[in-house]
Write a protein that binds this ligand. Sequence first.
Ligand SMILES: [Zn+2]
Length: 247
Amino acid sequence: MLREVGFLNMGYCLIDSSQLVTGDAPGNVVRIPIWAYLLRGDDALMLVDTGMPEGCVGNERYFGEMEPGELILPQMDAADRVDRVLARRGLKLSDIDAVIMTHGHFDHAGGSGLFREARVLVHPAELAALRAEAQAPAWIDLGLRYEAVTDGAEPLPGVRLIHTPGHTPGHMSVHLAPQGGRPILLAVDAVYTRRNWDADIPGAMWDAQAGRRSVARLREIALSGADVFFGHDPAQAEEPLWRDRIG
Ligand SMILES: [Zn+2]
């Protein structure tokens, strides 16, 4: 049974909105939140994503010089490190039984290297893509205890993984059915913001066609009665429905 879902803010990024919403003219910078999620089951604690890498702490220029339209400036304090975020909830890294890595990008897998003991659940297509790169990104440690999970896997009762390729090859969204509450659909980066969802505008995609199919699938799941939480919406956490849940 899924007893509790915790929304963990892991810092922010300044990003050119043309990277979030395809078709937006470059030059408009927005501040987006980075999220991870804590899942408390009857006898297991799991984390969905791990925030940004430590190298981003106090370092907006983590990615060096960028063209204005490609701007990504991480805004991360030491307090946003995943070990510190967990500590504020009275948890140690070793309390986490498994990390669900939705995909390998820096704002989702950045802290995964800190989890030496946990199982790291990842879609095989994502892991294959990371392994195929001549040099894996600096924040990816290929020596973790990776475990391949495919579409429909239920790492905890009430937690179902949904393979939503498009943003990356092995991207996963997560369906949560907490005890006594309405289901939550964590779209993660299959849908960045409410604008992408409402106006059906894609965000950054590795495979746009696959991405469209993934969004269609998430819409079907949402229709079945799940509230959708987007990957990086600048304002969703302030909406009454979510303010109550995020606390
Ligand atoms: Zn992201």
